[in-house]
Design a protein. Structure first.
Length: 264
């Protein structure tokens, strides 16, 4: 089946309001399509489209400022999917369709985060970049708030279902908006993100690794005022105990004792 020249492939997910499909554009670009189940359900996708447009516009503003100032790019744009189209489709009873492309990575290289976290366990150093990417993504909403008239951040609800992960290229990509909530401080959101990573990670008795585990446990129990603060604390410690360098995705199947590596 084709929709506006996009070849629609297999279904990869579903919510109460829409279905998710793989697709391919005429230029052979891999995309993800979200198709509302009814005309009325399209309101959910219209809201999502607005949210992703905000992320894109603000990331472009930051990139422009960085270029003018001669700063190294923070590349916030790599943390969320690109909304390339959102429309009502007459051939589908005017149901809304959102089309997403993944930034600088093919969809085939990505796995739903929930699927991966339910089938494998990860080691401590692998969990660092996953936690770091999630903290960085949430700190982006603090930047958006600081740039506006209202300094209160609107943090998206945290659900692993809203992310895709590219293990080999160390990518975490937000592609599904399930709602957000304004808050002055990030405590509960930091705790939620840290809890997910902590519960996914297998730690050993190495004293250096235990130092990282203690910080992660503190994030879980206490949270932090902001994701910016949590992100800084995380990498200050990592620089001290391991240094900053590429580390292959190291995992074992649930119930197994054999560790495997995926890396570039």
């Amino acid at each position: 089946m084709k929709v506006r020249d996009i070849e629609v492939g297999r279904r990869i997910g579903e919510s109460s309001k829409f279905r998710i499909y793989l697709g391919k554009t005429p230029s052979e670009q891999s995309v993800i399509l979200k198709v509302a189940k009814t005309f009325e359900d399209g309101d959910v996708l219209a809201l999502e489209a607005g949210e992703f447009n905000i992320l894109y516009v603000f990331s472009e503003q930051i990139a422009k400022f960085e270029r003018k100032a001669g700063l190294e790019s923070a590349r916030y744009d790599l943390l969320f999917a690109n909304l390339i189209a959102s429309f009502l489709e007459p051939t589908q009873d005017d149901r809304r369709i959102n089309v997403f492309a993944m930034p600088e990575i093919d969809v085939s290289e990505l796995i739903p985060l929930t699927k991966l976290s339910s089938t494998v366990e990860i080691d401590a150093r692998t969990s660092v970049w996953i936690l770091g990417r999630l903290f960085k993504f949430y700190s982006f909403f603090e930047l958006i708030a600081a740039d506006g008239d209202n300094p209160i951040s609107r943090y998206p609800f945290f659900s692993p279902d809203d992310y895709m992960i590219g293990p080999e290229k160390h990518r975490i990509i937000y592609y599904n908006f399930t709602g957000d909530l304004a808050d002055v401080v990030a405590y509960n959101y930091v705790r939620a993100v840290a809890s997910f990573v902590f519960n996914w990670t297998v730690f050993n008795n190495d004293p250096i690794e235990q130092e990282y585990r203690n910080l992660l446990k503190d994030f879980v129990e206490v949270g932090r005022d902001s994701f910016e603060q949590a992100h800084k604390e995380l990498y200050d410690l990592v620089k001290k105990i391991w240094g900053i360098s590429y580390y292959p995705f190291t995992y074992r199947d649930c119930g197994s004792m054999v560790w495997n590596k995926k890396g570039e």
